[in-house]
Design a protein. Structure first.
Length: 420
């Protein structure tokens, strides 16, 4: 059996001349170069919590199933049941959070729709690691732009060195973060992290540099004048040992120096703010947030205060334009395998932050209802009036009857006695 040594991808341990031990983050070059995008997404101090923010927000989606013919909601449906309990290891929230996290990290999330033999409905849903999928031999050379049913009958091998299971492509659901069909393999997508990789490395390098300076800061320089009595070799070594390795509060450690030489002491302290490392991290962080489409009023490293109204408006806009769009794409994948009589829908309207737009929505409905009433009063046909005001033209309206004085028929004011 052929053995191969694993590639070292972590910082190396080393020791300097003064006997100090530390991990050298740069001794082996770019230690993130061999990290997969998924690993980097789980280990970066800024990217990881940012993706978690998006994923946890996505996991709060609510689902419903409606009948296409009537538009009425179905209280219980098999897909709702499977989404409530995707598998024995995850809740609905866990499943959706994993789905979005991997979708961003790898560009595509693959869900295994595990079915019982003889049944069409899935028994469980599992999010797979795209990096562990092995495609069939010659798979990338086939013509996928033709509608060959045999393509979906191909089998992939998942986790060959672990689970080693064979799965038909037709039993896999693909959720894309970036557009697909840009490669020979239509199920392959590049991750956003590819474009961010250098920024992510820069952020880590800035933090490493800051850590090195913190550990080495406060060093001292002791020099002598040319005309002064020179230090002997042994005396020089003893002074270096005092300042390098005999610092502390124990009984045996001291800072006193007795010598005949004319020595000058100088601090080599470095002000961190002069290096701009923190500013560099902030810039990199904002680039990461921009790549994830997160507004600065929601997440920012600049520690600048934002008004509650700005946060509210940014959050509502983010949910409507970003999260709802991602949810619609995910729902469309599920609907592709549903019975055409039913449609799965997803929404974030139940979130507390989204309640702020209800007032505006009700105000719009009130204005539309007023415009509809005005059109009907001047004799515009119901169907045309409904269409002009943005209502369903098939909506049934009660007959509107008004007397000449503008009061609704059948109602009388207190100042008007009933007529005989």
């Amino acid at each position: 059996m052929k053995l191969s040594l694993p590639k070292i991808t972590w910082p190396s341990w080393t020791r300097n001349e003064s006997g100090e031990n530390f991990y050298d983050m740069t001794a082996i070059g770019d230690w993130t170069s061999s990290m997969s995008n998924l690993e980097l997404a789980q280990k970066h101090p800024i990217l990881t919590p940012a993706i978690l923010f998006v994923s946890k927000l996505f996991s709060q989606a609510e689902f419903s199933v409606v009948r296409n013919s009537t538009g009425k909601e179905i209280a219980e449906h098999d897909l709702l049941k499977i989404l409530r309990k995707p598998n024995n290891y995850q809740t609905r929230e866990d499943f959706l959070e994993t789905l979005m996290f991997i979708m961003i990290a790898q560009g595509v999330a693959v869900v295994y729709s595990k079915k019982i033999i003889g049944f069409d409905n899935p028994e469980s849903l599992f999010v797979l690691n795209y990096d562990l999928i092995e495609w069939p031999s010659g798979f990338n050379e086939e013509s996928f732009r033709s509608n060959k049913a045999s393509i979906m009958e191909n089998k992939i091998i998942y986790d060959k060195d672990g689970e080693n299971i064979s799965i038909k492509i037709k039993d896999l659901l693909f959720f894309y973060d970036l557009p697909n069909m840009m490669h020979k393999n239509p199920f392959k997508v590049v991750s956003r992290i590819e474009g961010l990789r250098q920024t992510l490395i820069n952020t880590l390098d800035s933090m490493v540099a800051k850590n090195i300076i913190l550990k080495s800061n406060g060093k001292e320089l002791i020099t002598g004048k040319k005309e002064s009595f020179p230090l002997g070799v042994a005396e020089k070594r003893d002074i270096e040992n005092i300042f390098n390795s005999k610092l502390g509060l124990s009984f045996s450690r001291k800072r006193g120096v007795v010598t005949q030489a004319d020595l000058t002491w100088k601090s080599m302290h470095i002000a961190l703010r002069d290096l701009g490392l923190d500013e560099s991290v902030k810039v990199d962080g904002n680039l990461i947030y921009t790549a994830l489409h997160i507004p600065k009023d929601i997440l920012s490293l600049e520690a600048k205060k934002t008004t509650y109204n700005n946060f509210k408006e940014s959050m509502v806009s983010y949910v409507q334009n970003e999260m709802q769009s991602s949810l619609n794409s995910a729902v469309a994948v599920f609907n592709r395998d549903l019975d055409l009589k039913y449609t799965l829908k997803g929404s974030f309207e139940h979130l507390p932050i989204m309640q702020f737009i209800l007032k505006e929505r009700y105000e719009v409905i009130t204005l539309k209802a007023g415009a509809l009433k005005a059109l009907l009063l001047v004799g515009v046909p119901e169907e045309d009036a409904l269409r002009i005001c943005g209502f369903d033209s098939t909506m049934q309206l009660n007959e509107l009857k008004l007397e000449n004085n503008g009061n609704e028929q059948g109602k009388q004011t207190e100042s008007q006695p009933p007529t005989s």
